[in-house]
Design a protein around this ligand. Structure first.
Ligand code: NAP
Length: 245
């Protein structure tokens, strides 16, 4: 039984499909109900349930975990994937914007992890995967607040891994590089010459292409499965070599 946030498009939807392909049952979380309803239809109502909510709101985590317990009787895996993209020069970043990025991208994941951890630790098993970013590992111009939030989530990953290791709960991170999702397509479309920008983006990756959402989902599946039973507090980069350079 897996809970996936931001599961209605992009990487989260790829995770939901891949997990379902392995037989998992799922609780999906996102704000907009209509894409959530469509994902549940696609995955099958007996296999998936949708909870509409903003991860930055404290009660969303409680509702999502309660749904996992009442609909499917347990919670084995949490994928903290929901986040908003934010690129802005530091001196142009307002306090409210900065708070929103930290609320969604860091504290939203913290609230989910805290709530899921209570259930997993009682059960004596579980796996949490936090989706961070290459910008948790390196800096970038105009990435100040986004990278701070993702770096904080990576730090939380490591401390939670240590704190919960005695309870049998593993906590890891996956750090994607540029990945072809609606988030990045919107960013590309904002550029003066989107086609040239997309080509430069592909060329900036040592492997020569940006990731597909399923490339990231494959690493997340590994960390969710018992294949990774000796892995906790780790961060797997799925960035085509970007942060190796
Ligand atoms: N794409 C990339 O190049 C890239 C690179 C590095 C890291 N990442 C990370 O990978 C993850 C997924 O990215 P993506 O590109 O797949 O994103 P995406 O296409 O923008 O999808 C985001 C998903 O999260 C949901 N969501 C957004 N804000 C939410 C909130 N406050 N509460 C609940 N759900 C929320 C969205 O649904 P609603 O809008 O309906 O809520 C949607 O389902 C994120 O953590 C992102 O930071 C992505």
């Amino acid at each position: 039984m897996a809970l996936v946030t931001g599961a209605t498009q992009g990487i989260g939807a790829a995770v939901a499909r891949r997990f379902r392909g392995e037989g998992a049952r799922l609780v999906l979380v996102a704000r907009r109900p209509e894409p959530g309803r469509r994902m549940v239809e696609e995955l099958g109502r007996e296999n998936a349930s949708f909870v509409a909510g903003d991860v930055a709101v404290e009660e969303t985590a409680a509702r999502a975990v309660a749904e996992a317990l009442s609909a499917f009787g347990g919670l084995d895996v949490l994928v903290n994937n929901a986040a908003l993209d934010f690129a802005r020069a530091i001196e142009e970043t307002g306090l409210e914007e900065a708070r929103r990025v930290l609320d969604v991208n860091f504290l939203g994941a913290f609230l989910m992890l805290r709530e899921a951890g209570r259930v997993m630790r009682r059960a004596g098993r579980g796996s949490v995967i936090n989706v961070v970013s290459r910008f948790a590992l390196v800096g970038g111009a105009e990435m100040g607040i986004y990278s701070a939030a993702k770096g904080a989530l990576l730090s939380l990953t490591r401390s939670a891994a240590i704190e919960w290791a005695p309870s049998g709960v593993r906590v890891n991170a996956v750090a994607p590089g540029p990945t072809d999702t609606p988030l990045i397509r919107a960013w590309i479309d904002e550029q003066p010459d989107p086609a040239a920008f997309r080509a430069r983006l592909h060329a900036s990756v040592p492997l020569g292409r940006i990731a597909e959402p399923d490339d990231v989902a494959a690493a997340i599946l590994y960390l969710a499965s018992d294949e990774s039973r000796q892995v906790t507090g780790a961060c797997i980069s799925v960035d085509g070599g970007f942060t190796a350079a």
